[in-house]
Design a protein around this ligand. Sequence first.
Ligand code: PAF
Length: 284
Amino acid sequence: MSTDLNTISKLADLQSQRSKWRHNNQIIALVPTMGALHEGHLSLVKLARTAASKVIVSVFVNPKQFTQGEDLDQYPRDLAADLDKLKTIGADLVYAPDVEQIYPKGFSTHISVTGISEGLCGVSRPHFFDGVATVVTKLLLHCAPDIAVFGEKDYQQLLVIRRLVADLDLPVDVLGGPIVRESDGLALSSRNVYLSKTDRQSAPLLWKALIETRAQLLQGVPMQQAASQTSEQLIKAGFILDYFELCDARTLAPIHQYEGKPARLLIASMLGRTRLIDNISVIG
Ligand code: PAF
């Protein structure tokens, strides 16, 4: 385990470190995570490193973005392993608050971003984006970074956070980092550890479906038609599709046929007991 990576759990200690950095005109970046770090997270830390002189990584499994029956208790937690990984790529500080630090007794406020959070994941997980928006607001207030970095793997989350930051005039630049994939195309996710051996073999079909559907969209095939064939293959392979949608890349408004404006193809599915999400940019 790392011994020389500064790990802080108390807000007062974080504030004192932050003030010292501010005093020295350091540019501070925050990479919020729920731990169980993989190469995708590390790529966000590297991106943060290019834009800032000090990088804070927060590790907090946020109970408010899980609902009953979801995987809060099983969610992988291994702070020691996370610290080892972060040490090798030059993070400066890990903020690992406990639940009481973020949600003290009597905590009664939540942040709700309407509109953009309501479709896609917001339909099957209606609690999710309020939980994300609430914790991200707190983490931004605690860390007061100049820059905050989020992954494009959670594309809708990234847009919800951009909306939140714009609406509340939070003084932070939000950067999106590209999705990191296994060699067979599966997008890296902390939840991939839940996949059984057989499901792990089928999981890259999700990426294949995105690629194949995009190719058809770019040839002018309407979304419904393009998606029907690929969806059928996924269902045959055991996926239970939640959504498979073509959306405006900025507003997430549904698009029926690609007509040249920046769009995003987004998919979510259960495979066994694992929820997988993925997305791809569609630009002709
Ligand atoms: O993407 C995640 O890991 C989480 O949703 C986030 C942004 C750290 C908030 O808990």
